[in-house]
Every structure is written in C-alpha cells, then in structure tokens.
Design a protein around this ligand. Sequence first.
Ligand code: XMP
Length: 504
Amino acid sequence: MSIVILDFGSQYTPLIARRLRELRVYSVVLPGTSPVEEICTQEPQALIFSGGPASVFDSDAPLPDPRVYDLDIPILGICYGMYLLAQHFEGQMKQIGRREYGKALLTHCEGPLFAGFPGETQVWMSHSGTVTALPSGWRVVAATKENPVAAIECPDARYFGVQFHPEVVHTVEGRLMLENFLQAMKIPRDWVPEHTLELLVREVKEKVGSGRVLLALSGGVDSSTLALLLAHAGIEHIAVFVDHGLLRQGERAEVEQALHALGVNVITVDAAGQFIQALQDVWDPEEKRKIIGQEFITVLEEKAREYGPFQFLAQGTLYPDVIESAGGAGTASIKSHHNVGGLPKELVFKLLEPLRFLFKDEVRELARLLGLPDAIRLRHPFPGPGLAIRILGEVTQEKLEVLRQADAIFIEALRMTNLYQDVWQALAVLTPWHSVGVMGDERHYGYVLALRAVTGVDGMTADWARLPAEFLDKVARKITCQVPEVGRVVYDITSKPPATIEWE
Ligand code: XMP
C-alpha cells in the first residue's frame, strides 16, 4: 500500500516524498509516464502528479498513462500536475507570458484540502499557465490575487489540483494541506523509520546481488550509516577510510572503533603525507578541492586493485548533495563540492547511492536504528576536503595542528555546555594573517582564528548562532591560552546567504 508520486520532472518531487514520510505515509516515486501496470505493482491508494518544467501546451508534454483515471483512486495534481488533470477532463487553460515564481497569498480557501486554513496564507508558486474554464463537475476552491483559480477539486471523483507547491517550506500551511488530503482520502498513516530501513536493505540487496562493494568512508554520519546498512544487509563490502590528514582531533580512532564494533569491514589508509604534499603552495580553494578529490580517487583506485574486483562503489550521497551539485533551478552550483560528479569517467564501478533521496535528519534516524553511537550519529556535518578548506590559503602541518587544537576546544566547550545540538554546524577557521598582541611586556604576533556556528535545517541556508557572550569569552580565552600560536579570536556573524558556511 502506498501513494505513487508520478514525477514530471520537478526539482521538488523528492520533497513531496519526504513530506509524506514525515506524515508517516509510504510513497514511491515513478516516472510520470509509467504504464499503469507498473503503477499497480505498488498497490497505490492515491496518486500525486508532481510539478514539472514542461507546458501542457507542448506537443511532446509528458502525460500520465490515461488508464490511471480508471483506477478509481484519489489524485492530487500539483502545479503541472493540476494542468494535467484540467486538460484531461477538458477544462481550458491559457499560457502566461513567462513562468511566475515566488510567494503569493492564498485566499477563499474551501473544501477538504483546506480544512483549518486561516483566511489567507502564504504559498509558493512556480507556474507558467492558468486554468480559465473548469471541466464539468469541478469547482474552484482557492484563489490568489493574480490567479482566481489557484486550487480546484472534483469531489465526486476525489481529484484535486493545486497550482502552488505544498511540499516546499515557503508554503506555510503546506504540511496541513497534505495532511488534510491524507485524512480526507482515509489513507492510513502507519509508516515508521523501520520501514525505510527495510526498504533500503531490500533495494541494496536487489541491486548488488552477489556483487562486491567498495565504500568510500569519510567517517561522517552519511557514509558511516551507509557502511552499517551494507553490513546489516549482509553485502560483501570493504569500507576504505582515507585518512587524508585533514581530519579533526580524535576522529579517525573514533570512527574505526565504532564501525569495527558494528561489523563493518574498515580498511584505513594513512595517506596524510601524500595529500599534504599535493596541497603544497596551493591557495585557491577550488584547486584544493580538485586536488583532494583527485588524490582521493587515486587512493580508492589503488585499494580497488588491491582488494578487488568490486562491481559497485558506494557513496553516502544525500538529497541536498544532489541538488547542490547538480545546480538545479534555484540552487545554482555553489562550490565544486560533494560526492556526486567527482568520479573519473574511466571508473568501471556502478554507483550505489541508496541514501540519495534522504535528508540529514532521516539518515540520523536510520543510523540510530543501525546502532551508530551518538558521538558520530549526531556529529555536525564535516566537508569531504576536511580542514584544508578551513585553513585559508596554503595548508601546512603546523597550521593543521593549530587548527585541530583550537577546533577541539571549541567543539568540546559546545558539548560541555549542551549547546552542541543547538547548532547545525560549528567550526574554527584559521586565517593566514598574523595580528599583533601583547604577552607580558612583549609584542606578539599570532594567527587570527575565526569561530563559526550556524543554525539551520539542511545547510542550504543558515543563520549565525547567537551563542552566549560568556561562552564565547571562555572559549576565546582557552584557545589563546592553550594554543599560543593563536593571537586573536573572532566570531563570524554572517548568515548564508550571502556568506557560505565554510570560509572557502
Ligand atoms: P557551504 O560552505 O557551501 O556548505 O555553505 C554547506 C555544507 O556543505 C559542506 N561543504 C562541503 N562538503 N565537500 C563536502 O563534502 C566540500 O567541498 C564542501 N564544502 C562545503 C559544509 O561543511 C556545509 O555542511
């Protein structure tokens, strides 16, 4: 039993699935044009037609299999999905000059979808057409100022269409609307995270079969969870943990111990010398990323040869990584980072990325089910290139040591004062500048070190954390006292945007 989301290409489609999981309903995303037989294998209790970039006026616009209308189950069409419904039932539409994006105020809400809605509420629009005449048996159930037909329904058939996107956070009551749809259509809400785990186990088993998997383990929560998933599914694997010398204090031992204890076959490669050598004299952040990515691949290839053959390369790619890297609409590619896309074409492995539709909090929940210790499970995100992009300019052993000590003091203090979980990510950044100070009667020049802590939900936007002044005072004193190379500590008060979380 499920809800089948027919995907017509919207960048938000995985968000619909996520919202349904939050509402404890299982859903499956299938291509919009899937034949009805394939849809039926999922035993759908309802269908959702997603949005999409096409226009129903295009001759090659993707359409659902017309037999879906014979299934006699509820359908919710979102944006392009709403036009599909209107078009199929012979309503009339017109195209507007250019696609309209952004916030709008929804008013005149009626009917089951909008139960409990306030008189007006903000929604997120992204559309290029408008319905001008309704099919018979349909009625308008919400409007916006620019658009008198913002939502429609055909109660007898249990069909609904909304022009806005209920799945994005900018639609303030979007969750309530989806909840109303489930309630009105009597769809049971009994999905629990254990089911996600079962499904993922089934998916990797089916995909990998008796193949062997090489896992690129970074030690972060994503790849550690993936390692546990493979071990839990009984997949033959080797998790290559590349110690590039750019890790934080104590990180390597912590990861090795935790994963060994949970049955993961971890092989640590001590490649610090090779990475730091390759980073010599390099100042440009993107160049650093490329070099690190390249070295990483070299190590993986070596290990693949040594322990292979492997048919699959597993990566802990999450959904936000996919959008940031793909640079989809609204999320221009910001940095050449993240897992996807960095692999050379000649790599003959098939990619295994079972977490690619999940978000960080969902992966943390899976990790809990798989027994990952909280120290790793709840750890702040850490970038693949590690401390190299937190040392502005050239990376040296000496700078790494200074940064590691300062970072450890900051993080430990956050943990001790129970502030660690209140921030999404906290880090120290070592600048290349020396600033003047006094020590005893002497002038002293020490590094300028920045502390950064941000709040947020997914790292795509973030606000600087209002950490208490007394806390920052204690941390700054401790750092300058215990790490004498640091002469000055500053706190970063910029949000993302316009700044990014990392300094490079
Ligand atoms: P920014 O700095 O873009 O960071 O606001 C957003 C999130 O991504 C992480 N990040 C990276 N992760 N490789 C990674 O694997 C990278 O090159 C990279 N750069 C940034 C960052 O730590 C934050 O969580």
